[in-house]
Design a protein around this ligand. Structure first.
Ligand SMILES: [Zn+2]
Length: 101
């Protein structure tokens, strides 16, 4: 899993291909990410009480992390990332421009 919460990612497959968004949640155990306003579905809610109307709400669903790529802050492209050591810290970097992300 190379994606973290708060990352800007581009969707590379599926109906939202080419769209970008911010990662809101990462499900490490399932390799899934939830991206704001991406992979949305319409959900209809039932009226909670009598006299109320059901509503249609748009909710984002999670998708597999392999369906998105990190948008590099430096070269602004969807890129593959690697990890390298920086002192005793492991940092993530862009394989295109080598910038730390
Ligand atoms: Zn880059």
């Amino acid at each position: 899993m190379n994606i973290k919460k708060g990352d800007n990612v581009m969707v590379i497959t599926g109906k939202d291909k080419g769209k970008t968004g911010t990662v809101q949640r990462v499900m490490l155990d399932r390799d899934r990410v939830l991206v704001k306003d991406i992979n949305t579905v319409q959900k209809r809610t039932r009226p909670a009480r009598q006299g109320q109307k059901g509503q249609t709400v748009t909710v984002a669903r999670s998708m597999h992390a392999s369906n998105v790529m990190l948008l590099c802050k430096n070269c602004k492209k969807p890129v593959r990332v690697g990890y390298r050591k920086d002192g005793d810290q492991k940092v993530r970097y862009c394989k295109q421009c080598e910038a730390t992300n």
